[in-house]
Each structure stands twice: as structure tokens, then as C-alpha cells.
Design a protein around this ligand. Sequence first.
Ligand code: MN
Length: 265
Amino acid sequence: MSKRRPLILISNDDGIDAPGIHALAAALVQLGDVHVVAPLQEQSAVGHAITMREPVRAHPWPFRGPHGKIDAHAVTGTPADCVKLAIDKLLPRKPDLVVSGINQGPNAAVNVIYSGTVSAATEAAILGIDAIAVSYCRWVGGDFGPSGVIAQRVAEMTLERGLPPGILLNVNVPDLPLHEMKSIKVTRQAKSRWEEAYSERMDPFQRPYYWMAGTFVNLDEGGNTDLDALDAGHVSVTPVHHDLTAYEWLNELRTWDLAPETTES
Ligand code: MN
């Protein structure tokens, strides 16, 4: 029995004209039929925001792959909007895989929750579709080629093996040529936070305004974290869940007397 070519939806948060999404599309056309549905404008760090109070529009977009035109739409919304709209309206059928990226800059540790790149993949996971987020650990420019090679292999494996429901793969690729990269490490998210140091400035009317200027702090003792793997030159692959329940603390919370006195138990 011949298997039909997989349908792969590609999105990102850097916008449809970003170099990373072109590198990703070029890498994945070899695995299946690729459709690109990505934000018209950059949506980095919008997290899982969706657009509800205004319409979203999807503009057919000229998007060239290595072998010619790729079906593409630019959407006036967020990464999560793109995946929702693509699956409900724009794609010919439910995709076999959603891949988001390749993001310009890492999405490791706590940054996973701010990331629009990861949120596109999360939306797919919520909708019951296997999903991968890919980020290139360099903030400006560079060569997305090696990240494309990694993305292709992880996508190929995912199509072959499948992911459990609700789990996506968060892939971070170090800024190294392929032959200098160490192995692929399966990791956990490092504990970290941003220590805020908002820069306060004055507008022309002498009203203060604030510009985020935080410092990233790794709070983890180490041991198999995404940050450690990347620092050592490995590719980091973290399985990620969107179920945020703290299961380990459910029973402790049940010992609290949370009912106001007027409430019957
Ligand atoms: Mn981004």
C-alpha cells in the first residue's frame, strides 16, 4: 500500500518574510507537501495570544521554495491564530505535522512560555496534531542551514514514530556549523527567570515611559537542562506539555480549607 505524502503546516513568530521560515520550508519540502501559514508581521514573544476583538485576514503570499512556489498565506494575527485558521479554513485537510520556526534566537528554559514559536506548536498539539518548534540560538543573522538539517531529521522521525497526545518537541540548535555540533540531547527545561530592569525614559511631554531591559538568569543546578546542552554545543530537544497542572501538589492543596464560611460543603 502506498502512503500518501504527508501534509506539513509551517508557521513561525518572526513573520512570513523571515529567513528562518524559508530555511524551514526548504528543508521540509523533501518530506511532504508543505503549506506556509505565518504572521504578516513579527509576533515574537506574544506567547499564546489569539485575536478575538477584530477580524483576521489571510493574504495569499508569494513564497518560493527550492523547487518553485510553495502554497502560503500571511495572516494578520498571532502564531496561534495562524495554526487555528490554517486548520479550520486554509488547508486542504488536517495536516500530519506542524513545524514552527526556524526562530531567530533560542526558546529554552522559561522563554518557552513567552515564545510565539512554541505557541504555534502548542496550538497544534491542543488540536491533536504532532508538532515541533525549532529555534536557532543566534539573535541576528547567521546561517539557518544547519538548523534546517536538524529540523528535517526531527520532523522525519516524528512522522515515522508519532508523538503522544498533547506533547510537542521543542528543538534548539546551537550557532555552530553541523560538523562542530555535538550530539542531540534530550533535555528538560532549565529553571530560570528574567530579572527586570525597566529603563525609564521621558517622552516629549515629560511623561515617563518604560522599556523592558531584563537580564536572563539561569537558576538551575544543572543536569540535563536545555541551557546546559546548548552551552556545551549540543542540539537540545525537550518534550513539552501544555497541561500546566502541578500534579505533585494536588493532594496538598486538597488539605486547605478553601470554602468561605457561608458555603455548604
Ligand atoms: Mn521570534
